[in-house]
Design a protein around this ligand. Structure first.
Ligand code: PGA
Ligand code: ZN
Length: 427
C-alpha cells in the first residue's frame, strides 16, 4: 500500500521547471516519474499548469506542486498500488475538468506514471514487464523515428516543418537502427558544414535547420542517407512531423519560410508532391487540429501509401481516435501520456487505435528529462514505434539507451523487422 506521495520541482531539457513525483510504499519500495512538457501543444490536450507572472518567466510549477502535495497526496495514502485503473480513476475524480486544469495535467501525469513505477517495484518486475502483464500485451522492441533536423516550434520556426526524421524499418535489430541512424545524423552534419550551414542543434537535438526552403531540408536528408551508404527508400525511409496546427488555422496555412499562404487543398497538393519526390513513409499532423476535412481528404488520397499519424489532431484521446476512425482521418496515433494526463487514458487511446488495426507511436515531448518511462511503456505495450527526438542530447539518448538495456533482457529477436510499417510503401 502507498505510504507517501511527494512532489518536488526539478528541471527539464530546456531548463524549465517541471514536476517529479516520488511514491513510497509501506514495504519501502519506490516509484518515481517526471512530467515532460510540449512546445507545440494541441489545444485539446491536458493543461500543463504553470504559475504565470514574471518569476522564472511564468514557467514555475508551484501551483501544481501545491495541488499535488495537498490535494492529491493525502487521498492516496493507504491505497493499494496494484490497480492502476482504480488509482487513475480516483485522480480523475479529484479533477473532473476536461483538460485537467484544476490540479494540472503535469501534476497528474507524473503521479499516474509514478503509480505504475511503484507497482512494478512492488512486484520486483521491470516496468516493461509490468505493463505487458497489466495490459495483456506481447512486449517487443519498437522501431524508432529519429530526428535529423529540428524545425517549427523547436527551432524558432526557422523552417515550417517541425521534424525531419528517419526510420530504418529494414534494420535487422534495434541495435542496427542506432548504428545506421548515427551514420545518417553525422553525414547530415557534414553536408551542412560543407555548405557553411552548420549552426548547432534545435530543441530535440536535431541539427538547426539552416535551410532556404523546406525542400532543401528534404534534399539534404536524402543526400545524408546516401552519404551514409544507404539507398533512400530501401532500408531507410523518411518520416515527417508537419505539426500543421503551428502554422495553420481554419484550413488556412502560412508557410513563413516562403511567405506563402496555402489553402488546405494546396497544402495537401504540396505534401503529395513531397510524397512523390521523396521516400516518405510516415507523416504526422499533415493538416491542422481544426481541419478534419483536410485530414479526411489527405487520408483518402495517401493513406494507402504512408502512415498518417494524428498528434495534435488526436491528443492521445480514445474518443477522438474513434471519431477519426469513423471519419476516415489518419491511420495511426501518437501516444503521449501527458496529453491524456493519466496512464489509463493513454492506454485507452492506444487500445482504441489497435482495435481498428491502427499503428501507435509512443512519443516523448520536446521538453524532456532523464525519465525513461516511455521507452519501457513502448516495449511493454508492444506499441511498434517510438519517437523521442534526435540522436544526441542525453534526455533523448537515455530513452534509446534504455531500449538497448531491454534488448539485452528480451533478446534482439524482439525487434520485428519492418512490421510496424506494413500497409505503407515500404512493405
Ligand atoms: P511538443 O511536440 O513540442 O509539443 O512536444 C512534439 C510533437 O509535435 O510531436
Ligand atoms: Zn507532433
Amino acid at each position: 500500500a502507498i505510504e507517501n506521495i511527494k512532489g518536488r520541482r526539478v528541471w527539464d531539457s530546456r531548463g524549465n521547471p517541471t514536476i517529479e513525483v516520488e511514491i513510497t510504499l509501506e514495504n519501502g519500495k519506490l516509484g518515481r516519474a517526471i512530467a515532460p512538457a510540449g512546445a507545440s501543444r494541441g489545444t485539446r490536450e491536458a493543461i500543463d499548469l504553470r504559475d504565470g507572472g514574471k518569476h522564472l518567466r511564468g514557467m514555475d510549477v508551484q501551483k501544481a506542486l501545491h495541488h499535488l502535495n495537498h490535494q492529491i497526496a493525502p487521498e492516496f495514502v493507504g491505497k493499494n498500488i496494484e490497480d492502476q485503473a482504480d488509482l487513475d480513476q480516483l485522480l480523475l475524480q479529484l479533477d473532473p475538468s476536461p483538460l485537467k486544469s484544476k490540479l494540472g495535467g503535469n501534476a497528474m501525469v507524473a503521479t499516474s506514471l509514478a503509480f505504475l513505477h511503484a507497482s512494478a517495484a512492488n512486484l520486483d518486475q521491470p516496468l516493461w514487464q509490468r505493463v505487458s502483464k497489466l495490459y495483456g500485451r506481447t512486449p517487443s522492441l519498437p522501431l524508432p523515428e529519429i530526428q535529423i533536423f529540428g524545425g517549427g516550434a523547436h527551432a524558432g520556426r526557422r523552417v515550417d516543418i517541425q521534424d525531419f526524421m528517419v526510420m530504418v524499418p529494414g534494420a535487422k535489430s534495434f541495435d542496427e537502427v542506432m548504428e545506421i541512424t548515427n551514420e545518417i545524423y553525422f553525414a547530415a552534419g557534414d553536408l551542412m558544414k560543407a555548405k557553411g550551414q552548420l549552426a548547432g542543434v534545435a530543441d530535440e537535438g536535431g541539427w538547426w535547420p539552416n535551410f532556404d526552403s523546406n525542400e532543401e531540408a528534404l534534399e539534404t536528408l536524402v543526400r545524408a542517407i546516401e552519404k551514409a551508404g544507404e539507398k533512400p527508400g530501401d532500408r531507410v525511409v523518411i518520416s515527417l512531423d508537419v505539426a500543421a496546427s503551428e502554422f495553420g488555422k481554419d484550413g488556412q496555412y502560412k508557410l513563413a519560410l516562403e511567405d506563402r499562404d496555402l489553402s488546405s487543398a494546396q497544402l495537401i497538393e504540396l505534401l503529395g508532391q513531397w510524397i512523390a519526390d521523396y521516400p516518405i513513409a510516415s507523416i504526422e499532423d499533415p493538416l491542422g487540429e481544426d481541419d478534419p476535412e483536410g485530414m479526411i481528404e489527405f487520408t483518402k488520397r495517401f493513406g494507402d501509401r504512408v502512415q498518417i499519424i494524428g498528434d495534435d489532431f488526436l491528443v492521445t484521446n480514445a474518443k477522438l481516435v474513434k471519431d477519426a476512425q469513423q471519419m476516415g482521418a489518419c491511420n495511426a496515433v501518437l501516444i503521449k501520456v501527458n496529453q491524456a494526463g493519466t496512464v489509463s487514458e493513454a492506454i485507452a487511446a492506444f487500445e482504441a487505435a489497435s482495435q481498428q488495426g491502427w499503428q501507435s507511436i509512443v512519443s516523448a515531448r520536446s521538453g524532456e528529462t532523464e525519465d525513461v518511462s516511455i521507452s519501457r511503456l513502448a516495449v511493454g505495450l508492444g506499441a511498434g514505434q517510438l519517437k523521442v527526438g534526435s540522436f544526441t542530447r542525453s534526455e533523448r539518448m537515455a530513452k534509446w539507451n534504455e531500449v538497448l538495456r531491454i534488448q539485452d533482457q528480451l533478446g534482439a529477436g524482439a525487434f520485428v523487422q519492418g512490421a510496424p510499417l506494413h500497409n505503407t510503401f515500404w512493405a
